[in-house]
Structures are given as structure tokens and as C-alpha cells.
Design a protein around this ligand. Structure first.
Ligand SMILES: [Zn+2]
Length: 452
């Protein structure tokens, strides 16, 4: 298949005007000016996308697909209330079927947004199936919780059971890997962190952790004050604050040795960045979620300057409210410039790198995806620049970052196969009508007033 468009953005390398990408099977074969790629092979399909840009498929390096139906449900709450209500709602109001359909709706939003690779953190374990059905690749990190040291054995055996069942139900050739996610420092004890780290190392499976997200988390670790310390005292869980930052604590427990994906990294210092960099751990920057929940702005420029591998994540739509990586990229630029008081803090090209190869590097998948290069997997998206909002286009990278949203994505291809085609007979692989009806059903179950 030959895809042609007004622009091709290989990401590593200059923009190609009037470019083309040739795909054979699940691989990219060649990328270049359309004029040089037109010698067609017999029976080759050609698709001209017109005034559009072809990019590598976008990488959303942090999502919670199972929480998609929580969009708009928990607005304007403080962090402790937010996380408590979210957990209660998930456990009490939603069945496993609800969570699976919620994840499918999230996966649909992803392919419609040009995303081909997701790093999803999931408690119920339903996301891997939803990702696979939608044609997405990436990692599903199975979450594990246990703030009380007495819970360690139970948490580990529960986790091992879930991992085995996920591996058993994983079809051969699936591009969704299974990983582990000890949730966060205020929900996972030191012993549990150590045991999950051993498990990640022994089984060679990737790990992700919500780390250094909020001031509340920092206070909890520094001196046991704040809402999380209070919650531990109320629940009668003993806690000896280590008196250091999240990253320093994880380092002291040996967790950084397995090069985890650190989600958020807002509350980090130059000393933390040095630990992250020297361990080879990576970071997911979630600027909209961090801003919306009032957590602050992660020091992106300092982390990038150190050479830390950084990707972009939308986080759950309960805290965003969109699974739109282009919107996330735009927010990353705006917030980096605002906090640094410097219009050169992050440019459009760098933002598109974060949304593609940056995420691929953060997930250790950069040899396979993240740029348009011959030999890489044919994970591709196409964004229309034909609307009035984007025109005139003087600088295509700036036009995409400043003017485009998920709604402008017209085609998403994963492993050489379309997984979203705005102008196709079937737009995606999921049953959108059924999911729309299920969403209305679940909405009713969630709309009962909250008592607790
Ligand atoms: Zn999260």
C-alpha cells in the first residue's frame, strides 16, 4: 500500500512535502517524496490523503481505559476525595462487564485520536482485551495495592494469579504485553514494592508506578503529615516516613533497578533527576491531569536536558477529560512555556517527538515504533490540515500542535492494518452502536447520588 499526503513527518528527520509512505505487510518499506515512490508494484493500493500530514502512530504512555465511563463524574474535588470516590465508584457501581465496555470505549477514543500504542494501567485487568480488540499495541500494567505490610503475601499471590490468567488468555502474537504496576507510594508498602520489583526482574516484565504526583504524597513520605498520613492513622496502618522524596525512596528500595516507568514525576528535584537518569528509569509527563488536579507542572525541561526518556500520557479521562494526545502535546508546550516564562522552553517539533518517539523510548519500544523509518512497524496516523482552523499552514508541525485535535485524525494504521478510518465503511473494529447504548446504561448506574 502507498499512502500519499501533502506532508510526511518522519519525526527523526526533516518534514517531507508531497511525501509518501510505502507499507508492505506489517512494515514500513520506504518513506520519501511521492515523486520518488511512485513506481508502483503491480496491484498496489494507493491512497492520497490530500491536505494532511502522515506521522508515526501516537503513543499514549499513560491511560486508564477501564475508567473511561468516569469522565466528568468527579469534577473539582480535592485529590484525596477524588481518589477515594473513584475507587468506591469503581468497586461498588461497576460490574466487570461495565469495566470491559468502559475500556473498549477508551480504546475506541484512542484509535480515533491517532494512537496506536498505549501504556495502560489497569486494576480489573480488562484493558488488554479491549486494546487487542481495537487493534492497539502496547503494555497493560496490572495494578497491585497494599499499604499495610501485613497484606504483602496476599497482594503478591493475588497479583501472580492475575498475571497468569492474563498471560493464559493472551492470544499468540498479541502486541499487548503484560506488566505490573504497584499503584503509588501511599497505597503500596515498602515490602510490597520490593516483592513486586523482584517479580518484575525475575519474569522480565515491565513496571509502571504513579510517582511524585502530588504535594500530599511528598508530605506523606517526608514527615507523615497531610491527607495520606491521616488516612493511614484512621485505618490503623503503621507508617514510618522515610523522610525523603518519592524517587529517593524508590531508589533506596531497589525499585529503580528494574527501570520502571515513573508516571507524573511532578515533585522531583535535580537530585531525583540524577537518580532517574542513572538508573535508566523513564518518565510519563501528564500535564493536563497534573494541572486539572492542582498538582503542579513537572520539570519537563530539566528532565529532558538530563537525557531522561520522557513520553506523554493523558492519564484517565476522569482527570483530563480527553484521551487526546495532540491536546496533551499542546498543553505540554503551553505549560512548559508558562512555568519557565520562556517561549523557547518547548517547541512544536519537540512536542510531536514526545507524543511519538518519546513515548516509544519511555516504553523501550523505540526500535519498533515511534518514527517513520523503513523496517519499523507500520504504525501510522494521518491528520487532516484541510479545515479553516489549521489554514494557512506555514509550518506544518506548529499547525498540528497549535490547531489540530483528535477530531482531525482521519486514518490510524496499526501493524499495516487500518484500525480507524474516518471515511471507511466501518470506521473502527469495535461495535460503536452497541458501545454507545452501553455507555448510556452505565451512565444511569453511576448517576445515583454518592452517599459516602
Ligand atoms: Zn494514572
Amino acid at each position: 500500500m502507498l499512502l500519499k499526503a501533502r506532508w510526511v513527518l518522519p519525526i527523526r528527520g526533516p518534514v517531507i512535502e508531497d511525501g509518501a509512505v510505502r507499507i508492505s505487510g506489517d512494515r514500513i518499506v520506504s518513506v520519501g517524496p511521492a515523486a520518488e515512490l511512485t513506481a508502483l508494484e503491480s496491484d498496489e493500493a494507493v491512497r492520497d490523503l490530500g491536505v494532511a500530514a502522515i506521522l508515526p502512530g501516537l503513543v499514549n504512555a499513560h491511560s486508564h481505559l477501564e475508567l473511561t465511563v468516569m469522565r466528568g463524574l468527579l469534577e473539582d474535588a480535592d485529590f484525596r476525595t477524588w481518589i477515594t470516590r473513584l475507587t468506591t465508584m469503581k468497586l461498588e457501581r461497576l460490574t466487570r462487564d461495565d469495566l470491559l465496555d468502559s475500556a473498549r470505549i477508551g480504546a475506541l477514543e484512542a484509535v480515533r485520536a491517532g494512537v496506536t500504542c498505549l501504556a495502560d494501567t489497569c486494576d480489573s485487568g480488562v484493558s488488554a482485551r479491549a486494546m487487542l480488540e481495537a487493534g492497539l499495541a502496547g503494555v497493560m500494567y496490572q495494578e497491585v495495592f497494599g499499604p499495610d505490610a501485613a497484606q504483602v503475601d496476599g497482594s503478591i499471590s493475588g497479583l501472580v494469579e492475575k498475571l497468569e490468567s492474563l498471560e493464559d488468555s493472551r492470544p499468540a502474537g498479541s502486541r499487548v504485553r503484560i506488566g505490573v504496576s504497584p499503584h503509588a507510594p501511599f497505597t503500596v508498602s515498602a515490602d510490597l514494592f520490593r516483592r513486586v520489583t523482584d517479580l518484575s526482574r525475575d519474569r522480565g516484565i515491565p513496571m509502571a508506578i504513579h510517582a511524585a504526583e502530588s504535594q500530599a504524597e511528598s508530605d506523606f513520605l517526608l514527615d507523615g503529615t497531610g491527607p495520606f498520613g491521616e488516612r493511614f492513622r484512621t485505618r490503623g496502618i503503621s507508617w514510618a516516613p522515610p523522610g525523603v522524596s518519592t524517587v529517593a525512596w524508590l531508589d533506596s528500595l531497589g525499585v529503580l533497578e528494574v527501570k520502571p516507568l515513573l508516571i507524573h514525576a511532578v515533585q522531583t528535584t535535580p537530585a531525583d533527576h540524577q537518580r532517574i537518569e542513572s538508573s535508566g528509569a523513564s518518565v510519563v509527563h501528564c500535564p493536563k491531569s497534573n494541572a486539572k488536579l492542582g498538582h503542579g507542572i513537572a520539570p519537563l525541561r530539566a528532565m529532558r536536558a538530563r537525557g531522561i526518556r520522557v513520553g506523554l500520557g493523558t492519564d484517565s479521562v476522569a482527570s483530563n477529560n480527553l484521551g487526546d494526545v495532540l491536546d496533551e502535546a499542546r498543553s505540554a508546550v503551553l505549560l512548559a512555556r508558562a512555568i519557565e516564562r520562556d517561549a523557547t522552553a518547548l517547541d512544536a517539533r519537540q512536542a510531536l517527538e514526545l507524543a511519538t518517539i518519546g513515548g516509544a523510548e519511555a516504553l523501550g519500544l523505540d526500535l519498533e515504533i515511534g518514527t517513520l523509518d523503513p523496517g519499523k512497524r507500520a504504525d501510522i496516523c494521518a491528520i487532516s490540515l484541510d479545515g479553516f482552523r489549521a489554514k494557512p499552514v506555514h509550518d506544518v508541525e506548529a499547525a498540528i500542535v497549535w490547531s489540530c485535535t483528535a477530531d482531525d485524525v482521519i486514518l490510524t494504521i496499526a501493524g499495516g492494518q487500518p484500525v480507524f478510518d474516518k471515511y471507511g465503511d466501518e470506521q473502527s473494529r469495535l461495535d460503536e452502536r452497541r458501545l454507545g447504548a452501553r455507555l448510556r446504561e452505565i451512565e444511569r448506574a453511576l448517576s445515583e447520588p454518592f452517599a459516602g
